[in-house]
Design a binder for this molecule. Structure first.
Ligand code: NAP
Ligand code: MG
Length: 487
């Protein structure tokens, strides 16, 4: 076996970059570990700025050919990638779980099928993309979505392949070429995606995968003059850095960032539903951007809601994410665990009370935590923890509910539970959020716009919003025959 192939959960994974249809090794490597037991998994190529430039050059070289490929053929190739994902669903699930610690059962039944769906959805959408022509003083207006050029896509570790393909699929469908840089804590499935894309027949250079630390290769990608779009999912500080780096070339950005989303429970709510939705916020060990981590409950039902919540939370099984019975797996990295614990300790020192949890578990696990007696302006209410840590506050009446819900610098999502449809309409209209869920959570259709308000992001992707971002939208105005004839 090549020195660059490593076996993870029985699956061979290439540890090199994928640039211009070839595997390229860096001189240096970094060690990727598993959150399950901290064991080293692979020595991954540690990209350099020169390799980043080579990846952009490969994307640029492949762009004219891919942009000129008829939409039906691009769609066919994207569907072939989807078929490849389906065929390797078990491999992808096992490798992702080993690499980032998220539940195997979720990868098998939810996440990886969704990865395939990302490709099929945008293939279908591409073929349907049209705008009815209209006339202006007898001139026709014809709108087209032209490919924009090489795109840099930078993604986080909490749902690695899912979030990567949510960008890769529309970018490729649009006729662009791509450099994907996955997160260093979970780099493996991006490499498998390169294998799948090559096998599906995607031409060399159309999809490139660059491994390496964002701090080392990021600027070389985001400040590159040949890059026409940057789509980033990750934290607010990194987004600020990327925006500054992209500014000299005014490279258009799509930013999907953090959140501190509220879950509003009104006294007229189905409290069992509310408790179910609240406990769901521990999914992926709380490492979900959309998680509704601030539970806001109407005073009169707070005690009963808390009782039902604690009852459910106490039945959650924390353990090995490969075990189908596990509900909560490990957190991604010892550094993330320290960060989570720091937030909780400072909150407790500040007067918060742990209803459940409030401490580390064994190994790389954190006990599911609910903190109450928290002040609205405190760090634990205002900052994203990105771990299994929720806060609980009470309110009286809609005005206070809305005030507390909107009072952070984020605006990614909001969930409200109420039995009164007119209240649902009133309150959702007043919430600042890219997505509002009423009596449900995490229902994400690819046709819907997705993104955040305020510090939670810039722009929207999903459906035709993705094509609006990844394309140079053009209007061609044509005069009728003879319109300009003189004499
Ligand atoms: P992060 O630290 O910002 O990293 C995200 C990506 O950016 C990684 O690939 C990272 O590379 C890269 N990066 C780091 N420094 C860079 C630089 N100077 N230039 C270019 N790229 C750079 O975020 P994270 O901790 O991985 O992810 C968690 C955050 O993502 C949370 O805030 C969460 O809410 C957010 N998130 C948002 C959404 C959404 O859709 N709104 C979805 C999921 C997650 P390396 O890690 O390899 O160095
Ligand atoms: Mg890992």
């Amino acid at each position: 076996m090549s020195a660059h192939l490593t076996t993870v959960a029985g699956v061979p994974v290439d540890t090199r970059h994928w640039i211009g249809g070839e595997r390229v090794a860096s001189a240096a490597t970094f060690t990727d570990t598993s959150p399950i037991d901290g064991a080293p998994l692979a020595e991954i190529s540690r990209g350099t700025p020169a390799e980043a430039a080579a990846a952009v050059a490969a994307a640029r070289a492949a762009f004219p050919g891919w942009a000129a490929t008829p939409p039906a053929e691009r769609a066919r190739l994207l569907r072939a990638v989807a078929d490849g994902v389906d065929r390797r669903l078990e491999d992808l699930s096992l490798v992702e779980t080993t690499d980032n610690g998220a539940l195997l059962r979720s990868h098998r039944r939810g996440v990886m099928p969704r990865v395939a769906h990302n490709f099929r959805f945008f293939a279908d959408r591409l073929e349907e993309l049209e705008h009815e022509d209209f006339t202006t003083r007898d001139h026709t207006n014809h709108v087209t979505w032209d490919p924009a050029g090489p795109c840099v896509l930078i993604t986080p570790w909490n749902a690695p392949l899912m979030l990567a393909t949510w960008k890769v699929a529309p970018a490729l469908a649009a006729g662009n070429t791509v450099v994907l840089k996955p997160a260093e804590w979970s780099p493996l499935t991006a490499s498998l995606l390169a294998d799948i894309a090559a096998e599906a027949g995607l031409p060399p250079g159309v999809l490139n995968v660059l491994q390496g630390y964002g701090s080392e290769v990021g600027d070389a990608l985001t400040s590159h003059p040949d890059v026409r779009r940057i789509s980033f999912t990750g934290s607010v500080p990194t987004a600020r850095h990327i925006a500054a780096s992209a500014a000299p070339h005014l490279t258009p950005l799509s930013l999907e960032l953090g959140g501190k989303s509220p879950l509003l429970v009104f006294a007229d709510a189905d409290l069992d539903l509310a408790a179910d939705l609240a406990v769901e916020q521990y999914d992926n060990a709380g490492q979900v951007c959309l998680a509704a981590t601030r539970i806001l409950v109407e005073e009169s039902v707070a005690e009963e809601f808390t009782r039902r919540f604690v009852d459910r939370a106490s039945r959650l099984r924390q353990g090995d994410p490969r075990d189908e019975a596990t509900d909560i797996g490990p957190n991604i990295h010892p550094r993330q665990l320290d960060k989570i614990d720091g937030f909780v300790r400072r909150a407790l020192a500040d007067g918060a009370r742990a209803v459940i949890g409030g401490h580390r578990g064994e190994g790389q696990y954190y006990a599911p935590t609910l903190l109450t007696d928290v002040r609205q302006d405190s760090e634990i209410v205002q900052e994203e923890v990105f771990g299994p840590v929720l806060t609980l506050q009470t309110f009286t009446g809609e005005d206070e509910a809305v005030r507390l819900a909107n009072d952070t610098r984020f605006g990614l999502a909001a969930t409200l539970v109420t039995g009164d449809p007119s209240r649902a309409a009133r309150v959702s209209a007043r919430l600042v959020a890219g997505t509002v869920w009423v009596n449900c959570f995490f229902v994400r259709d690819l046709r819907a716009p997705f993104g955040g308000s305020r510090d939670s992001g810039v722009g929207r992707e999903g459906g035709n919003w993705s094509f609006d971002f990844y394309c140079d939208v053009k209007n061609t105005v044509t005069a009728p025959k003879g319109w300009n004839d003189h004499g």
